[in-house]
Design a protein around this ligand. Sequence first.
Ligand code: FAD
Length: 492
Amino acid sequence: MAAGTSSWLDNIAPEIASKLHSDGVAVARFATDYGGIISAAPPAAVFRPSSPEDIAALIRCANGADSPFSVAARGNGHSTHGQAFAPGGVAIDMAELRGGGKRIRVSAEESYVDAGGEQLWIDVLEETLRHGMSMRSWVDYLYLTVGGTLSNAGVGGMVFQHGPLVSSVLELDVITGKGEMITCSPELHSDLFNGVLGGLGQLGVITRARISLRPTPAKVRWLRLFYTDFDSLTSDQEFLISLRDTVGFDYVEGQVLLNHQQVDDPNFFSIEEAERINQLTAEFNAMYLLEVAVFFDSTSLVDQSIEGLLQQLSFVPGFAFSKDVSHLEFLNRVYTEEEHRKSSMAVDPSKIRHPWLNLFVPKSRIRDFQTGAEGILQNINPTGVVLLYPMNRNRWNENMTVVVPDEDVFYSVEFLWTSTEQDWKNLEAGNNEILGFCHRQGVQAKQYLAHYKSRTDWMEHFGEVKWKRFMQLKQTYDPKALLSPEQHIFTN
Ligand code: FAD
């Protein structure tokens, strides 16, 4: 083991110990994440596995120790509230498994991809595209790991039609909290399979996911339409997600543009277009954006179908913009935008904080929610992106651990704030005010990427039936509650 030791680490089997690193530099990175707002003690050591078997051996060792120690897999550390931390325990650096070549294999005949839990979606996408195939549903941002995303759900603009990423999973390899390596699917160990998907890292470490694929058209027509009226935006979105895939768009999202927020995306808008939009924005207090896309092979067919769809929508006349791009360019758009944003920032990007709030809000209360949130945010004047788009609940599997509101259609509302070191607490306070508003007004919203600290809050989040099932699964697969302790579900 590298420098610095903690007493229980001294007694670890040599083949595990050689992969544990406890020097200050090694552990410091594992006490920070993308959010940059939670300070926790670092792990006692970072584990750099060469194979899934190494992870199984580590977890068996954690169980067998005189004082069992906690273990958290760290995907790409893109949590915002310390969910992948393991203070005083062992953080598994999943990225190490990417070192020995990409563990991604496509079967074009059987239309699936096998991807290691440590893999980034961008690499999975590039590999599937080589075979002319793609997954049905994608997250907006591809620099997340397979395991970290599937532990949450994986949402984006294709969920309305194909469900979250977890809905496309066919099979998993999981190393449980007892160190057993189990292959599971809807037919085999289905309790573990459903429990792990959306299971917040509580039942096991995902080391492989088999995900279904379909042939994909080469091109994407990507459109952005502007609205000055919230109800017109949401009724158009709801109409679009009610259409069947043969007649509608393949992707539907939306944004609330805050306080005369200027559009600044040279990858999409020309300078003239941006100027025209920003003039419109200056006239109205509130502006909204509908973002849609169609995947296509034939330009003449897509022209016809889009014209028909646009005629049925109520955006501001003259404010529809479109662009044809490759599949890869479209799916990787958020990364491109993020890189542009970072390059134009006056502040060092590492000093930026991300106190995010992600909610699923039932359709019946989205208007009330919007009014309440708008009032709260006016006093805070935040910066960042606010996404807002609806999804169909029947595309979510009720047996999986992930929780959504009890209504046929609900909205994903994502407050993706960026703030300085000085004022992130104001934004976090604003987030709490929004949650308080929901509570007082009986808006039955559910948090996505939740970060509760008390068991009572988690019990309320899951509801009686799911909570009971989750507890039983925890007892079966991680009885010593060693995994992902900083989710604070079974460790408080
Ligand atoms: P980490 O943050 O490293 O880990 C998250 C949790 O999963 C921890 O509890 C960890 O212990 C556990 N975990 C990690 N790997 C494994 C594994 N192999 N097996 C079991 N448990 C594991 N989410 C969406 O749904 N859609 C989006 O479009 C989207 N875009 C995002 C864009 C950005 C810029 C950021 C910062 C986040 C975004 N997210 C999105 C949220 C993201 O899905 C979650 O934060 C996810 O947890 C990040 O994955 P990660 O690989 O970095 O996981």
